[in-house]
Design a protein around this ligand. Sequence first.
Ligand SMILES: Nc1nc2c(c(=O)[nH]1)N[C@H]1C(S)=C(S)[C@@H](COP(=O)(O)OP(=O)(O)OC[C@H]3O[C@@H](n4cnc5c(=O)[nH]c(N)nc54)[C@H](O)[C@@H]3O)O[C@H]1N2
Ligand SMILES: Nc1nc2c(c(=O)[nH]1)N[C@H]1C(S)=C(S)[C@@H](COP(=O)(O)OP(=O)(O)OC[C@H]3O[C@@H](n4cnc5c(=O)[nH]c(N)nc54)[C@H](O)[C@@H]3O)O[C@H]1N2
Ligand code: SF4
Ligand SMILES: [Mo]
Length: 700
Amino acid sequence: MKRPESTIGAMPTSLCPTPPVMAEAEFGTATHCPYCALQCGMHVTSQGVAPRDDIPANSGGALCQKGWTAAELLTLPERLTTPLLHGKPASWDDALDFVAGRITRLRDRHGPDAVAVFGGGGLTNEKAYLLGKFARVALRTSQIDYNGRFCMSSAAVAANRAFGMDRGLPFPITDIAAADTVLIAGGNVAETMPPFVRHLSGARHLIVADPRLTATARLAGLHLQVTPGTDLALALGLLHLAIAEGHADLDYIAARTTGFEAVRTSVAEWWPERAERVTGVPVAQMRQAVRLLAAAGRAVILTGRGAEQHAKGADTVTAFINLALALGLPGREGSGYGCITGQGNGQGGREHGQKADQLPGYRKIDDPVARAHVAAVWGIDPDDLPGPGRSAYELMDALGTDGGPKALLVFGSNPVVSAPRSGHVRDRLAALDLLVVSDIVRSETAAMAAVVLPTTQWAEESGTMTNLEGRVLLRRQAVAPPSGVRSDLTILRGLAERLGVALSDHPRTVFDELRRASAGGVADYAGITYERIAAETGVFWPCPAEDHPGTPRPFLDRFATPDGLARFTPVEHRPPAEDIDDDYPIYLTTGRVLAHYQSGAQTRRIAALTQASPEMFVELHPDLAERLEITAGDRVRVRSRRGTAEAVAKINSAIRADTVFLPFHWEGANRLTNPALDPLSRMPEFKVCAVRLERTGRAG
Ligand SMILES: Nc1nc2c(c(=O)[nH]1)N[C@H]1C(S)=C(S)[C@@H](COP(=O)(O)OP(=O)(O)OC[C@H]3O[C@@H](n4cnc5c(=O)[nH]c(N)nc54)[C@H](O)[C@@H]3O)O[C@H]1N2
Ligand SMILES: Nc1nc2c(c(=O)[nH]1)N[C@H]1C(S)=C(S)[C@@H](COP(=O)(O)OP(=O)(O)OC[C@H]3O[C@@H](n4cnc5c(=O)[nH]c(N)nc54)[C@H](O)[C@@H]3O)O[C@H]1N2
Ligand code: SF4
Ligand SMILES: [Mo]
């Protein structure tokens, strides 16, 4: 059971290649990776990138394959450098005049909600903030949401409900190294954040819940091979066992929480055999997991998208938080619950107002006090602030319909590939009067747009990013952008100007305004300055004043609820929105591979990464393959009630025999996925639906 130190101490070389040798003098400007929420520190040099060793997330100089090849993004031959109007090169004035003219006409005819905005968790805090302000003040629309709805929303709901605050990791990532036991439910960090594995190296016991024996699960002493969509039952079963075996920390529960009795009653019927029947995880393994968590001096429970991207994701995360609270973990140094935030600015991107129901500082848009504060910073009447709008998929679903938006402006997302039931999303985008996309390349979504606006990217501009720990970082400009492109901030300023509203496009000015807008909110950035971030290698929010040290561990003394107590909430298991049946007898789950990022718009254009992972594959178990007479390399059609996808068969006993896996980095996987939404978070059920498979071509 106890893992030998050596299995996790060293990073497998395939996950983290050796750095190229680079002389000190050649180091360019210190910045951060363009991709995930680990936000590894890197230098951009004339020869590529080199890791920084002052950033704790990747201290010791780790980068993954995507990070090592990131400099190629700066010289992509397919880089957009001129605006496109109906597919033809146009001047900036012509493109922006056209967009503003169309917006004005649509607004006059149908009202301000005829124009919608879709943002992204990869945008800097400055961009996310300005996008929200642009929507509410310049467009006066309520119709804004972003791709974080597809990513972080279920964990956010659960953390807000339990702790009164949603900071992915409410502790520094380095705390994880000191934990005795770490449980990861539905996260594959060895592929999605390889340097994260270094922070697991101190943990003596790693437990991973995943329907696949992933690279991460291989590092674990205990792999709980759950049936897709059953983590809620797993967490209920684990809590039942923890209570039954006397592991509930009653002193902690009395001192720091409220609501335990109702939860205790609700898990009484989740005896382990029942949990085994639903999840497929043997009772003995559940018992072992509970004992390892309970025996640990320090223990950490983490969730990833595997547990969260379900129509019951918010309740699933709540069930894991209930388990953590019963064991007395949150708010104790070195222990706790955390969600592994995904996108580069997945944390900051969900705090400053590009979400349908939110204003800067993680304020609620329907809270009169929040509206008054933000309206004062923006110099408008609170009554002129729109109310909450539609969530991401509901917004996509309404495009071009009666009463739905007629125009959509996309900044930092490629929903044609990444949204659920993407065939339908394509149809809705095609029904728009106006689609505008700001991007660095002609993504699948940009290819549908009437207007494409070429923008600057990461190392070509400065801005702040908040990493998965809630540490606000400075991503500095390291190179000059190609001529012809404009930053998203300048694009927003240009459009707002044409609509009669003045906005600044200077990152630091925008950040200073964000600080004021966030002051007094849950995510309070008031005391954070570019100078402090540079001097302190990042500042943890909340940080209400310039002489405040920032808050690495916000829950040590009290939780962010009105009474300071964490809330237990009883939750109930239910089956997936679409279960398997005779017509569609196999579970489909989706996720990521090491070499590609998200919709693949960036990484599919990098030679080393497409070489490592050239095409869409479907992973299936040898028993299932034999039954379907499929052999490795065959071409396979995967079909759900919503569409079909073609893929190459990859046969692998690491996956459950009732489940197949598709990466979503190519257009296809999401034609199949089910847009059933979580009632609380509006997160779609990316991680489970029912499919059938047929062979369409032989290998070779
Ligand atoms: N290489 C790479 N890294 C990335 C990204 C990327 O696109 N590529 N994206 C970044 C972003 S935005 C995010 S959100 C993170 C995501 O990071 P992760 O959450 O680690 O990524 P996923 O591959 O989506 O899902 C993790 C695992 O969930 C498992 N899973 C599927 N269904 C279930 C289920 O029902 N229950 C359980 N317990 N597990 C299940 C899958 O088999 C998969 O191994 O990664 C970030 N890092
Ligand atoms: N089936 C399935 N679907 C999923 C998921 C899953 O696990 N399974 N995961 C979901 C998750 S967690 C996420 S986060 C989403 C992500 O999916 P998307 O929202 O599609 O994310 P990206 O592919 O990162 O899209 C970013 C786009 O913005 C461009 N870009 C990069 N930098 C900038 C910039 O500074 N400004 C502008 N304007 N553009 C820029 C990139 O070139 C790219 O085209 O996918 C979701 N979809
Ligand atoms: S782990 Fe994430 S932040 Fe670090 S190099 Fe890889 S993609 Fe970049
Ligand atoms: Mo994500």
